[in-house]
Every structure is written in C-alpha cells, then in structure tokens.
Design a protein around this ligand. Structure first.
Ligand SMILES: Nc1ncnc2c1ncn2[C@@H]1O[C@H](COP(=O)(O)OP(=O)(O)OP(=O)(O)O)[C@@H](O)[C@H]1O
Length: 259
C-alpha cells in the first residue's frame, strides 16, 4: 500500500524584486515517514523553497498542502494567519541551520522543549519536566543541564536541543535547513547519526536542505536537485548520486568525489 502524502507542493514560485526567480514550477510530494533531500549549490533556491513550505515566506504562485490532525490536507497559504499558525504548530517542525534561530535563548533547555508542548495544551508542570528530561536524554544532552540556558551549550548541543524542541510536540513533518552546517566534522557525524535514528524511530517525514551530498546520501531516501530555482533532477538518492542524469548533477557529484 502506498504511504499517505503529508506534504505536497504544486507549481510553487517565488520571485524577489520582480526578477530574481528563487523558485519556479516546483512540484513534489513527501510521503509519511519518507526522508527527502534537497541539494544544489548556493543560491539555487533551497532555503527559499523551505521557507515557503514552513510558512515563513508566501509564494507568489502555487500551493503548499500539509496533512493536519486526522490526515486531512490543508492548503497552507489559503488559510488565514491564525489557522496557518495552528496548522503549522500541530503538523510541522523546523530546524534552522543556526540553532539560535530556533531556540529561545532567554529560557532554560528544559523550557525550550516544554514551551511548544504548553502551547499544544499540556499544562502540568511535573509532566512537562518529565517529557523535557526524556527529550534531553533522547538527543544526548545530559539531564543535569535541564535548567541551564542554551547559550552555555556547545554548538552541537544547541543543535541537538533545537531538534528536541522541534520534535517534542510530535509533528508529522520535519523540515531541516542545513542542520549540520557550521559544525565540526566529528560533531556533524554524531548529529547525523542521531538524526537518522530519531527520524526512523519516530516515522516522521523529513525534508532536509543541504549542499553536502554526503549528508544527503546518509539521510535521504530520495533527492531533488535544484538549479536556478528549478528542480532539474529527482529520484532515489542512490540512483541520483551513483548515476546522475543531468549534466549539472554529474558535475555536482564529481566535485564531491574530488574532495
Ligand atoms: N529575502 C530575499 N530578498 C532578495 N533575494 C533573495 C532573498 N532571499 C533569497 N534571495 C535570492 O534568491 C535566490 C535563492 O536563494 P536561496 O537562499 O533560496 O538559495 P540557497 O540554495 O538556499 O542558497 P544557500 O545554500 O547559499 O543558502 C538567490 O539568488 C538569493 O540571492
């Protein structure tokens, strides 16, 4: 049986200043539990696409449908602001490249995990603390750090905390924008291992933007290759990386092999 579609982009287009076409004619689906990588060089439109999907930037044309509670799909940009925020809160988690963009720096690590749960209706302090402790453990942040501010954490630990904050409310969809960018190689490897096992264990559908094909190979089932705002190649990750069809993808893969 084919898996339910949890996110669908159709004819998505975003233009800046009337002439910079950041995204054009983007069509794709993300199925429940699937991991899709979006790769392409700097400026190809990856982050803009993610921002349109995450409700952060309104597309100029096209639709973004996401599955909400009960499996019904809603068109994100047809909803009013309140309904859109609510749909996003219940269905979607977002991990920014810079953890500081996704964390509340003025509240404790535990508070960062608990806050989205409070918004979704859990009010009991003891229960919130228990769930926060459980999540800290899952992302390998020592439990004793629960009352510490994120600014006292290392970059890798901050990123793991941001992942806990995004996943704690139980979203069906997780969007990640270069989640390992800016981290040391050894820290990156640990984070990738953690992400891979969390995503598989929770069965969350993930869309991961990366310019690192190694990250894409490790995490993604399927890949979309972007060039100048368009998806120029799409397919199973191994297929795209082992037998790229588009000349641009061939160059991208060859440049990775040279490193
Ligand atoms: N807010 C903005 N205003 C004007 N132009 C923008 C804006 N955001 C992005 N762009 C332009 O849109 C195009 C796509 O940018 P985008 O950041 O989406 O690419 P990217 O593939 O994510 O690049 P990177 O890997 O460097 O983040 C680029 O030409 C960029 O300069």
């Amino acid at each position: 049986m084919s898996r339910a579609v949890v996110l669908r982009a159709s004819g998505l287009r975003k233009v800046f200043g009337g002439r910079v076409v950041a995204c054009a004619d983007i069509d794709f689906e993300l199925a429940a539990g699937e991991v899709v990588g979006i790769v392409g060089e700097s400026g190809s439109g990856k982050s803009t696409l993610l921002r349109c999907l995450a409700g952060l930037a309104a597309p100029d044309a096209g639709t973004v449908e996401i599955a909400i509670d009960g499996g019904e799909r809603v068109d994100l940009w047809q909803l009013d602001e309140v309904a859109r925020a609510q749909a996003l809160r219940s269905a979607l988690g977002l991990v920014h490249q810079n953890p500081r963009d996704g964390l509340k720096l003025g509240i404790s690590a535990g508070g960062n995990v608990a806050e989205p749960l409070m918004v979704s209706g859990i009010r009991h302090y003891g229960r919130l603390r228990e769930v926060a402790l459980d999540w800290l453990e899952r992302v390998e942040v020592p439990r004793r750090r629960i009352d510490d501010l994120p600014s006292t954490f290392s970059g890798g630990m901050q990123q793991r905390l941001q992942i806990a904050r995004s996943l704690a409310p139980g979203p069906r969809i997780l969007l990640l924008d270069e989640p390992t960018g800016g981290l040391d190689v050894s820290v990156q490897a640990r984070l990738l291992d953690l992400l891979r096992s969390l995503v598989r264990e929770l069965g969350v559908a993930a869309l991961i933007v990366t310019h690192d094909l190694g990250v894409a190979r490790l995490l993604a089932d399927r890949l979309l290759v972007m060039l100048r705002g368009r998806v120029i190649e799409a397919g199973l990750a191994d297929q795209v990386l082992d037998d790229p069809q588009a000349p641009y993808t061939q160059k991208l893969v060859a440049s990775m092999l040279r490193i």
